[in-house]
Design a protein around this ligand. Structure first.
Ligand code: NDP
Ligand code: GDR
Length: 359
């Protein structure tokens, strides 16, 4: 992005290098915002998702700025809020992988729970309670062991992982700072949302990448965990629009965003293979279950118990009525379109490479 008009509002986005950060930064720039993104120091480039909207400030004026930072570093966050003086803060940064949170529970709590507190305290320390609006990336994982189907804003929470437990703290500290200090702070309780920019170790992208590699004869088999897990999968592009809408409301509040449709991992897998002309038939049972190419008889999908979670979330289904009614938000992309777009983008990616370890 080169020379840009004078911005009307400014936003600070943590997690700008992630899937949602990339879509949100793009959306806010289109709306004429000055966007400040927080990226972590990494030994290799981690800005692949936002390179196309970033331009070297030496080359002319830009409305998109990147700053080094980390949700585990209070002084850094306070300085960034002070220097950028944002109208809106979107806290999207997190160790966001549920399975990985069982391996790194303490770090997950530090970034996903205390990170939220650090930002809210930053707003308070800098006396910006009346100026800044705050969005917290809450999650359907809060519902965990489901108490009610479908899940809405009033459904009781029952987190099932260190990730969800950390996000539970993030949710409540956001509500608490709203009630205690009058901060315009809101939670978006977002159900799974995917895209061609989805992290490669989440199940949808793991599947679409494997389908691509198998079709190109660069991989022989896809190994998955729980095929029967069901999720309400939407498109990230639609959901970042909802985040923005939440912060444009006069009064801060908490909203569920989802499609109201649920599909299994098995179904996603079948559809993704179908996109490249392969029909999967299932045979066997339990960990012996296999997905077989109905034409060639080749086994293309196997179960690896390594991908089973110590405590699983079996099904999540959103009731997004409140967001429909109060925000006027609706998801636009249908499940089949999402699967199709993700497979197509991986198939057409000229730099596609089979990578090592996944989760
Ligand atoms: P990603 O994993 O794609 O992105 C996470 C971002 O957070 C990355 O930019 C990552 O940086 C950054 N990050 C990780 N740890 C830290 C840290 N300690 N300090 C600062 N930044 C950090 O997630 P998504 O874009 O999919 O999700 C965005 C947010 O929404 C997350 O908070 C997630 O938990 C939540 N969420 C996501 C849903 C989904 O379905 N996608 C559903 C509901 C909630 P780096 O690139 O360097 O790793
Ligand atoms: P989730 O996403 O845990 O819902 O969290 P993920 O795609 O990792 O898992 C979805 C479901 O698929 C099952 N599964 C597998 N998952 C992975 N990653 N790898 C596998 O091989 C595999 N096989 C089956 C899982 O057990 C699970 O049931 C995502 C993240 O974006 C969170 O940050 C966000 O909060 C929630 O969505 C809403």
């Amino acid at each position: 992005m080169t020379s840009s008009p004078k911005p009307n509002k400014s936003a600070l986005i943590t997690g700008v290098t992630g899937q949602d950060g990339a879509y949100l930064a793009r959306l806010l720039l289109e709306k004429g915002y000055e966007v400040h993104g927080v990226k972590r120091r990494s030994s290799s480039f981690n800005t692949g998702r936002i390179d196309d909207i970033y331009s070297d400030p030496h080359e002319g004026k830009t409305n998109f700025h990147l700053h080094y930072g980390d949700l585990t570093d209070s002084t850094n966050l306070i300085r960034l809020i002070q220097e950028t003086q944002p109208d809106e803060i979107y806290n999207l940064g997190a160790q966001s992988h549920v399975q990985v949170s069982f391996e790194t529970p303490e770090y997950t709590a530090n970034s996903d729970a205390l990170g939220v507190l650090r930002l809210l305290e930053g707003i308070r320390i800098l006396k910006l309670e009346d100026k800044v609006r705050f969005y917290q990336a809450s999650t359907s994982e809060l519902y965990g062991l489901v108490q009610e189907v479908p899940q809405r804003e009033t459904t009781p929470f029952y987190p099932r992982s260190p990730y969800a437990a950390a996000k539970l703290y993030g949710y409540w500290i956001t509500v608490n700072y709203r009630e205690a200090y009058g901060i315009h702070a809101s939670n978006g309780i977002l159900f799974n949302h995917e895209s061609p920019l989805r992290g490669e170790t989440f199940v949808t992208r793991k599947i679409t990448r494997a389908v691509t590699a198998i079709k190109r004869n660069e991989q022989s088999c896809l190994y998955l965990g729980n095929l029967d897990a069901q999720r309400d999968w939407g498109h990230a592009r639609d959901y970042v629009e909802g985040m923005w809408m939440i912060l444009q409301q006069e009064t801060p509040d908490d909203y569920v965003l989802g499609t109201g449709e649920m599909h299994s991992v098995r179904e996603f897998t079948e559809l993704a293979f179908k996109e490249v002309g392969i029909t999967i038939e299932w045979r066997g049972e339990g960990v012996e279950e296999e997905g077989v190419d109905s034409e060639s008889g080749r086994v293309l999908v196997r179960i690896d118990p390594r991908y089973f979670r110590p405590a699983e979330v079996e099904e999540l289904l959103a009731d997004p009525s409140k967001a429909h009614e109060k925000l006027g938000w609706q998801h636009k992309t249908k499940f089949r379109e999402l699967v199709s777009e993700m497979v197509r983008e991986d198939m057409n990616d000229p730099s596609f490479q089979v990578r090592g370890e996944e989760s």
